[in-house]
Each structure stands twice: as structure tokens, then as C-alpha cells.
Design a protein around this ligand. Structure first.
Ligand code: AKG
Ligand code: FE2
Length: 313
């Protein structure tokens, strides 16, 4: 059955009505690569508190924010100024600035060389606590979504657990400033696919996000305030041999006066451990769908390739 709307599901059903929930969630992702997740248990207060800290950071003067930009760091940690990231194949940079929070790991971890320490803005005293609290909450929610996605394709519920427990995941608070010049050729976020396994987008309640349907139509997806948008990224698409599609999406500039409103959103890009080998799952290879990627690649190797394409490296 094809659905004309991107479905929203209540993840509490994973505990109370598992088989039906897994089937519905799996069908939604096969069709759209996107779904809304309700009943996720992350409180309004926690989300609003984090956004409040993010907004206070973005309101700082440009020269203060630039203290936290790491030249040559690929934007992996700290601040990436307006005018840098450019969607793959796009001519014009995106109309956004953002901050990246990574996982806190022991500095003697085997992943330490590719997972640098976080930076924290000293001007916003509660930034660290608020941002890392949200990071942890979204990491846990993402693991539950991955469990359901694993069950749907015949894998054990905990399949992803030891492949993501030191995942190189990123929380990305984004600020899209007011657009004051009419007819800019740039857009807030050019059409792209996410690189990682899955993305959880919290607070994308302001309009602008659009998802490309299988029919080739742009479908606006403006989630309710209590809904977290979760989509498939390229790594999971590759691992599942496109059973779960990584769907193209973009953030368009609002029409007329609405363009003068800023937009804030915060995706959490859930990545596998850097040394996870992305090798097509045998259960996702069939006569109708032969393996599209005979060569495996590590998550870190794949990430570096992709960051060069979007001009972050
Ligand atoms: O701002 C949004 O709603 C989406 C952002 C996005 O797609 C991204 O940063 O990858
Ligand atoms: Fe995205």
C-alpha cells in the first residue's frame, strides 16, 4: 500500500504492540525513508532548554563565535560559520551556521584519533550540560529506532548495539538567519541525503523541510512540536542494499515576509563506530535486488569521502 503522507508513529508501541509497530515502521521507511516519532519520552522542557542555550550562542557576535571554528577540522567539533557548507553538486552555499557536538570518549580510546574532544562556548555557561543531555537522549532514542529497523529485516533486536556504542554521532544545532535580500540564489539547505545511519531531527516545527517522494514530488514535512523526525541516511541505505532508502530532502526559503524569521533546528546524526565495516547485509540481497556494493568500506572511510564532497573537508 502506498501512503500519500509521511506516517507518524508512537514509539511506545515498540513495548506494547511490537509486531504491528515494527511492521508499520518498516513499511513507512521502505516507502519514505522518513517517519515522525511520537511518544519518545524526551520532555518539552529538555528540548526547550537546549534550544534556549543554542539560541544564546548563535546570538553572540560573529567574532566570538569564530573563536570556536577549527580550520581544517572538517567542522567535526565546534562552530561552522555561515557560508561554508554546500550541498553535494550545488553551486551556492547553504544559508546556515551550525555547531557540532561529538561523543565524549576516553582520550585513550582506540577511536580517539578520529573523534576529537568537544569544544564548549564559555559565553553560554549551560551549553555543555544542555547540549550533551540532548545528545544522550537522542542517542538512546535512536538505538530504539534501530532495534525496530533491525527486527523488520530479520536481524536480532540488538544487532546495532555493539556497532554504535562508540558511534561517531554528531548533534548539530543549526541557525538559519533571517533572509533579508530578496531573490538570493541560495537556499537554507540544498537538496541532499544524510551520510550517517539514521538522523533524528528535533524541533523542526518551523516550516521549510521538504522530502522527495518516490514519485519525484517535494512533500513538506512540518512535524508537530512533540514529534521527532527520523530519517534513513546513506550508510544504512548502503548496509541494507537500498531496502531502507536514504531520501533526498531540503530546507526551502519561506515565502514573503516569513523569510525574515530565523529558523532553528537540531539534527542528531547517528553514526556507527568508526571501524564498523559497511558491508551489504546478506538478508537484503535477493535475485530482484542483487548487491549494489560488492566492496565494503569502513564508516570512517565513507565519512571522509563524503565530507570532501560537501566542502567541509
Ligand atoms: O533543518 C532541518 O530541518 C533539516 C536539516 C538537515 O537536513 C541537515 O542538516 O542534514
Ligand atoms: Fe539532512
Amino acid at each position: 500500500m502506498t501512503q500519500s503522507r509521511i506516517p507518524t508513529l508512537d514509539i511506545r508501541r515498540f513495548d506494547t504492540d511490537r509486531d504491528a509497530f515494527v511492521a508499520e515502521l518498516g513499511a513507512a521507511y521502505r516507502e519514505w525513508g522518513f517517519a515522525g516519532i511520537r511518544g519518545h519520552g524526551i520532555s518539552d522542557e529538555q528540548i526547550a532548554g537546549a534550544y534556549d542555550a543554542f539560541q544564546r550562542f548563535f546570538a553572540l557576535p560573529e567574532e566570538v563565535k569564530r573563536k570556536y571554528h577549527v580550520p581544517g577540522g572538517g567542522g567535526a567539533r565546534g562552530y561552522t560559520p555561515f557560508g561554508v557548507e554546500t550541498a553535494k553538486g550545488a553551486q551556492h552555499f547553504d544559508l546556515k551556521e551550525f555547531w557540532h557536538v561529538g561523543r565524549e570518549i576516553a582520550r585513550d580510546s582506540r577511536h580517539a584519533d578520529v573523534m576529537p574532544p568537544n569544544l564548549w562556548p564559555e559565553e553560554v555557561a549551560d551549553f555543555r550540560e544542555k547540549a550533551y543531555g540532548l545528545y544522550t537522549a537522542l542517542d538512546q532514542l535512536g538505538s530504539r529506532v534501530l532495534s525496530a529497523l533491525a527486527l523488520h529485516i530479520g536481524l536480532p533486536e540488538n544487532y546495532f548495539a555493539d556497532k554504535t556504542d562508540s558511534g561517531n554521532s554528531i548533534l548539530r544545532p543549526i541557525h538559519y538567519p533571517p533572509i533579508t535580500t530578496p531573490d538570493v540564489p541560495n537556499v537554507r539547505a540544498g537538496a541532499h541525503e544524510d551520510i550517517n545511519l539514521i538522523t533524528l531531527l528535533v524541533g523542526a516545527s518551523a516550516e521549510g523541510l521538504e522530502v522527495l517522494s518516490r514519485k519525484g514530488e517535494w512533500v513538506p514535512f512540518t512535524a508537530d512540536a512533540d514529534t521527532i523526525v527520523v530519517n534513513i541516511g546513506d550508510m544504512l541505505q548502503r548496509l541494507t542494499n537500498h531496502v531502507y532508502p536514504s531520501t533526498t530532502h531540503r530546507v526551502v526559503n519561506p515565502p514573503g515576509e516569513k523569510a525574515r524569521q530565523p529558523r532553528y533546528s537540531t539534527p542528531f546524526f547517528l553514526h556507527p563506530n568508526p571501524d564498523f565495516l559497511i558491508d551489504v547485509l546478506p538478508s537484503c540481497v535477493t535475485p530482484d535486488n542483487p548487491s549494489r556494493y560488492p566492496e565494503p568500506i569502513t564508516a570512517q572511510g565513507y565519512l571522509e569521502e563524503r565530507l570532501r564532497e560537501i566542502k567541509l573537508k
